[in-house]
Design a protein around this ligand. Structure first.
Ligand code: NDP
Length: 511
């Protein structure tokens, strides 16, 4: 298909200028890869994939463990680049990008072979066949990543794809391309064969080219772009997984441990300046504990330190993406205009040069407000009083999203019961966001939060095509359903069909 038919007609931009969102300093320039460049990368990946797949699980695992060592050795350099591009504190890069990623490398290196081993099946009918399911790499996986965790959601996403025997081409966000570029460069230096993991930097158009050319697409980002990606993959009949936004509810029941719940609320709402798809985006608190809970949250939010990465230890950095801070401001202004009260923060920091929005607590909020309906993706905690558990569940489910949620109660059976009724791909009881670190179980969204999962068995099988293999065991000259058809065979089949009817069963078993 011609390039112009599938790629938007905006003027071609040949480079990306990257600046620090915390200070405005210029960080670097990267090429905006056109179709030819993406096609070149995919062709090289396709070539390299054959040898990579042929290496087998043990050899791939050994190489990826070397890559992990390299990431550990180069953690300061990685912190410089990731923190520089995103404006997040350096310790956040260690805890929320590198620790997860290094753990995930070990996880997939150890379990990939087991998860992707041929799976035997025992046919209930055709006992003369040997049957199994194979999981075979798609070939070239295209990963399109966002800017909020630019190392983990690009290089980290690539790890199970690589362990499955694919080659990977990453298209990172235009806002944070340097993180994936550095990750791929370090992986190569650690012994990952050339062209097995490549990065094509660029704008949305580069992502569109990758969709055309790769064999499978793994996308993380917004619902709006995810929809476009899914549409195009649908037209091309290409496998795709989408991890999109969330509007994750926190339900605090009257018997909750308020100390723990309020600390979790502050961390879950403000970590990474709220730019986390599984962050606490809205809070529902049962009336009897509402005032005490709000008081604790406000007190703790006011103690949070905010500033650029260079400012020493701060908990909250800048926002990353310029349009994002406008969106956060719009949500807060909309809420205030409709009657919400600001108990902490509420506006941009004007004393700092970068994209800083004050850690904010809102009360007197309701579901007419954008801040309770659309993904805010910023350091804003809107808290709503509810009459009881039923109302909390109803409001939690009044959302087009369903990625993550949390329930807070000292009664664990009650927590599990409420969790079951929340429409969400994951629910934590007395914890927040922690399911991301539980690599054994699937993480994915219901409703508009996405299609498909990362983590767990399915988190690596998605990078494979399934193949069912049926092998005849006895090698007879013919099978009963093969031709020539005879009157005897027809009679036999008719009797076999009758067996499925209830008349036979009644006669035989009286039921
Ligand atoms: P997008 O969904 O627009 O971008 C995600 C990735 O897709 C980027 O690499 C982007 O490239 C690329 N892309 C953009 N257009 C296309 C296209 N037509 N085809 C293929 N790839 C494309 O997210 P934004 O960065 O614009 O963030 C907007 C909102 O998304 C945020 O406000 C937040 O609500 C949500 N979000 C959710 C995330 C999550 O973890 N689920 C992560 C980040 C954002 P480029 O950056 O060059 O445009």
């Amino acid at each position: 298909m011609a390039q112009g038919a599938t790629v938007s007609e905006t003027p071609v931009r040949r480079t990306i200028q990257v600046t620090s969102p915390a200070t405005g300093a210029r960080l670097g320039e990267y090429p905006a890869c056109d179709r030819e460049a993406v096609a070149g990368a995919v062709a090289r990946a396709r070539e390299a994939q054959r040898t990579w797949a042929a290496l087998g699980f043990a050899a791939r695992a050994r190489i990826l463990r070397n890559v992990r060592d390299r990431f550990v050795d180069e953690k300061d350099r990685i912190c410089d680049v990731v923190s520089g591009e995103t404006g997040k504190p350096r310790h956040d890069v260690i805890t929320n990008e590198l620790l997860f990623l290094c753990d995930a490398i070990g996880f997939w290196a150890k379990r990939a072979e087991k998860y992707l081993a041929d799976e035997p099946a025992r046919p209930h009918l055709l006992k003369n066949k040997r049957v199994y399911v194979s999981y075979l790499p798609h070939g070239v996986v295209g990963i399109i990543g966002p800017w909020n965790f630019p190392f983990n959601l690009t290089i980290g996403e690539a790890i199970p794809a690589l362990m499955a025997g694919n080659a990977v081409v990453i298209k990172p966000s235009e806002v944070t391309p340097g993180s994936a570029v550095l990750g791929a460069e370090l992986a190569r230096a650690a012994g990952l064969p050339e062209n097995v993991l490549q990065v094509v930097t660029g704008y949305g158009e580069t992502g569109q080219h990758l969709i055309e050319l790769a064999d499978m697409i793994c996308f993380t980002g917004s619902v709006a772009t995810g929809r476009k990606v899914a549409e195009r993959c649908g037209q091309l009949l290409k496998p795709v997984t989408l991890e999109l936004g969330g509007k994750d509810p926190m339900i605090v029941l009257r018997d909750a441990d308020l100390e723990r719940a309020s600390s979790a609320c502050v961390y879950g709402g403000l970590a990474n300046a709220g730019q986390v798809c599984i962050s606490v985006e809205r809070v529902y608190v049962e009336a009897p504990i509402y005032d005490a809970f709000v008081e604790k949250v406000v007190e703790k939010v006011k103690q949070v330190r905010q500033g650029p990465p260079e400012a020493g230890v701060v908990e909250v950095g800048s926002m990353t993406f310029p349009p994002q801070i406008d969106k956060v401001e719009r949500h807060v202004q909309d809420a205030v205009a409709r009657g919400a009260k600001v108990l902490a923060g509420g506006k941009r920091r004007t004393d700092l040069p970068g994209l800083f929005f004050e850690p904010t607590v809102l009360v007197d909020v309701d579901h007419q407000m954008d801040v309770m309906r659309d993904e805010t993706f910023g350091p804003v905690i809107p808290i709503m009083r509810v009459g009881d558990e039923e109302e909390a569940i109803r409001l939690a489910n009044d959302s087009r999203y369903g990625l993550d949620a949390s329930v807070w109660t000292r009664d664990l059976a009650r927590g599990a019961r409420v969790a079951r009724r929340v429409q969400s791909g994951a629910v934590c009881v007395n914890d927040v966001m922690v399911n991301y670190a539980v690599t054994e179980v699937p993480m994915g969204g219901w409703k508009e939060s996405g299609i498909g999962y990362r983590h767990g068995k399915g988190g690596i099988r998605k990078f494979c095509a399934q193949q069912s293999v049926v092998i005849d065991r006895f090698g007879m000259k013919s099978e009963i359903n093969w031709w020539p058809m005879t009157a005897g065979k027809v009679k036999l089949f008719r009797r076999a069909l009758d067996f499925f009817g209830s008349g036979w069963r009644r006669k035989l078993f009286g039921a």
